[in-house]
Design a binder for this molecule. Structure first.
Ligand code: ADP
Ligand code: MG
Length: 715
């Protein structure tokens, strides 16, 4: 059966040749010559009528509100007053020439001033007449003034009947300098609406979803030129829904397409490896969340389609065990597995823990990284080719061309949901049928974001920590109380615990951060003198071998203190470390602080995270630290982070294009998003190729969008 995308390709020519009025180049619009068109293209990316239509106003000015002049205060931004024009005077000569006038009502008077277009003003404004005056009010020597006001003769009856919510559009400084401010853009939109009609914006939602939503044409009109605030709200809510709904339909279709077209290895059974391990070697009871996720993976891999699953679990939730159990299922079905980590340290740790867990099992595990010696490498490559090695753990070295598997069935990718399409394709080349892919990440991806950005991946969450973990206690201290912080750390070390000191490393000023780190190291050393205390240090400038030796010394407990940059951020597991001091904590983002904090609290002891900051840290920074002290919940933190920074900044989603909504905001509109998701799912279940006549407009819409943006599959 043809998928939606196949149909798109077949009809592509058709769809594209149906040029509609909305696809007209912007220079065809009345009032836009080649020059202005150029500016619109360069500054606002407006190339066509359609682009202008989707350049939405960021606010409206309510012209129905008239303020008595006596009540105008400096707190007001734009005001509108009515009154009699008086005292028109020309002041100054030549370049400093200006016109001053007063507008007066029963409650007071307000000054108007013009510095430009003086001739025009002289000719057109009439002393003694009633005017409706609108503009940004400023206060000058305690007197209210409007510079370059908008004026129109005031006729009391006209005001009630006119649509008086006037749109103001986002503009740029360059455009403003050329006389294209937010209001003048409105004139273009007005001209646009004179040229287009309802035919150009046909309804695209099926009737059952339209419900009491505003119709499409009406919504576009009301969002630009609303007749009332209520109508504006209805228009906005309809268009937000449409935007989210279409995005969700698109993601659903991609997913359906993938399920249908991506043949995958068939893991028929759960066999001896899994069962023996589960019954005899599992060192703990699985948490409920772990059980649920392993069930999901089991189902995914048994259907004959390729699994593409994103597993999100907060730091310490036990993702490694999920990886191992999945690999055992692969082995039960005769397949090999690989597990890839972003750093050598992490790869080693995974290798060490897998080897330990599997020590009584007849399975071969290998470690393959950039620093694997030639002879060892050769024998590993041979083992993978001959299937004498079932599991290989490593870094990017695993996806190199030379690494060939006899029968790769599962690829686990740890701690990097950024692992791109290209890299995945690299993996797929390793067997004719692509391996199942499990991407694991501790970066808490808010639900709303996951639904949008990763909607085409299957998505599992582990929202439960293994039992017996004590919540980490987090406090914020100013650098001025460093001495007492050091005393506290000393007391913990005396109890046999270990501590981290983390320094920020900001890429742009790497040199400076490096100096900070060195200074910090000296400082820590002065509080914790040798030989009583042993300190290791890791940072990005060290050679791998040096970094690893230092790290290893801390892992084995040889050193009590680890001073480092964020290289210790990801995945490192030292349960005996119970304190983390984060220096200049104000320089870190929320998610990063949370990741760092996850390095402690991995054992049964009470753990602490101390956020040190300067007293001078900004209010937002202090707010971030406050959030950190209030919650340990990665999801709460991710949501807050998202609302503070906006989704564009979350790792790996920026390029996905899935978040470039014009109107919708995935935080504020999360209820609509949820609704859109459910509606889209139901619709695609019923009609996965969008062949039903009622769904034709959706198909046309998506196909046009696809042609325009060139949607790829999301990494
Ligand atoms: P992450 O999800 O951050 O990768 P890990 O897989 O490194 O977490 O697990 C963190 C620690 O919790 C490890 O020491 C692991 O052995 C332990 N662990 C995992 N699952 C459980 C469980 N169900 N019960 C107890 N401890 C567990
Ligand atoms: Mg991990």
């Amino acid at each position: 059966m043809l998928s939606f995308w196949d149909i798109c390709t077949i009809f592509k020519k058709n769809i594209l040749s149906q040029t509609t009025l909305l696809q007209s180049p912007i220079e065809y619009l009345k009032g836009v010559g080649p020059l202005r068109a150029d500016m619109l293209k360069k500054e606002l990316n407006i190339y066509t009528f359609n682009d202008l239509l989707h350049h939405f106003p960021h606010r409206h000015i309510d012209k129905t509100q008239v303020t008595p002049i006596g009540q105008v205060t400096p707190q007001m931004d734009f005001v509108q007053v009515t009154g009699v024009l008086q005292g028109v005077t020309i002041i100054g000569e030549k370049r400093s020439k200006r016109i001053i006038a007063q507008i007066k009502d029963a409650t007071g008077e307000l000054e108007l001033a013009w510095f430009q277009g003086i001739q025009w003003v002289q000719k057109n404004i009439v002393e003694g007449q009633n005017y409706l005056v609108f503009g940004r009010v400023s206060f000058f020597n305690g007197r209210a003034q409007i510079v370059h006001p908008e004026m129109e003769p005031f006729i009391a009856t006209a005001i009630a009947s006119k649509s008086l919510l006037e749109p103001v559009y986002p503009s740029t400084e360059k455009l403003k300098a050329r006389g294209f401010n937010g209001k003048q853009l409105g004139k273009l939109t007005q001209a646009l609406f004179q040229q287009i009609s309802e035919r150009d914006l046909p309804e695209n939602l099926p009737t059952h979803l339209l419900d009491d939503r505003m119709g499409r044409w009406e919504a576009y009109r009301q969002i630009h030129f609303p007749q009332s605030t209520e109508k504006y709200q209805k228009a906005l809510s309809r268009l937000v829904y449409e935007e989210l709904f279409m995005a969700q339909v698109r993601l659903n279709l991609i997913k359906i397409d993938r399920h249908k077209n991506s043949k995958g290895h068939h893991f028929e059974k759960v066999g001896t490896y899994f069962n023996t391990f589960y019954n005899e070697h599992l060192p703990f009871q699985l948490t409920g969340a772990q059980k649920r996720v392993i069930k999901e993976i089991r189902q995914d891999t048994a259907r004959g389609f390729q699994m593409n699953r994103l597993l999100q679990g907060d730091v310490g939730s036990g993702k490694t065990m999920i990886a191992l159990l999945s690999m055992l299922i692969a082995a039960d079905n005769g397949y090999q597995s690989c597990m890839m980590a972003p750093t050598e340290i992490l790869a080693q740790q995974h290798f060490a823990s897998l080897s330990e867990l599997l020590k009584d099992m007849p399975l071969e595990v290998a470690l393959l990284t950039g620093s694997t010696k030639t002879a060892a490498r050769r024998s590993i490559l041979k083992g993978l080719m001959e299937n004498t090695i079932q599991f290989v753990v490593g870094t990017h070295a695993i996806i190199e061309e030379v690494v060939q598997f006899k029968n790769l069935g599962l690829a686990v990718i740890d701690e990097q949901h950024r692992f791109g399409v290209a890299q995945r394709a690299q993996l797929w080349k390793k067997s004719t049928i692509p391996p199942h892919v499990l991407v694991m990440t501790a970066t808490p991806i808010p639900r709303t974001l996951a639904m949008t950005a990763f909607g085409d991946l299957d998505y599992s969450v582990m929202d439960e920590l293994p039992p017996g973990r004590q919540p980490i206690k987090t406090v914020h201290r100013y650098e001025t109380s460093r001495a007492s912080v050091m005393d506290f750390v000393k007391a913990e070390i005396t109890k046999g615990r270990q501590a981290y000191f983390v320094y920020p490393l900001i890429e742009e000023s790497e040199k400076m951060s490096y100096e900070d780190l060195m200074q910090g190291y000296e400082q820590v050393k002065s509080y914790f003198p040798a030989p009583k205390y042993k300190i290791s240090m890791v940072h990005g400038k060290q050679k791998n071998i040096e970094k690893e030796t230092n790290m290893q010394r801390f892992i084995t407990g040889d050193t009590q203190i680890l001073v480092g940059t964020t290289v210790i951020e990801v995945g490192v597991n030292v349960p005996n470390a119970s304190v983390m001091v984060i220096e200049s904590a104000e320089k870190f983002g929320l998610s990063q602080l949370h990741q760092l904090r996850g390095r402690v609290g991995r054992g049964s002891e009470q753990s602490y995270c101390i956020l040190l900051s300067s007293v001078k840290a900004s209010r937002e920074a202090k707010n971030r630290l406050k959030i950190m002290c209030e919650t340990n919940d990665g999801f709460v933190i991710a949501e807050k982070d998202l609302s503070l920074r906006g989704p564009g900044d979350i790792d790996g989603t920026r390029q996905s294009g899935a978040l470039n909504f014009k109107l919708a905001n995935i935080i504020n509109d999360r209820n609509t998003l949820e609704m859109a998701k459910n509606d889209a799912y139901a619709l695609c279940e019923k009609d996965p190729t969008l062949c039903m006549p009622a769904h034709l407009p959706i198909r046309t819409f998506l196909a046009a969008q696809k042609a325009k943006i060139g949607w790829g599959k999301i990494a």
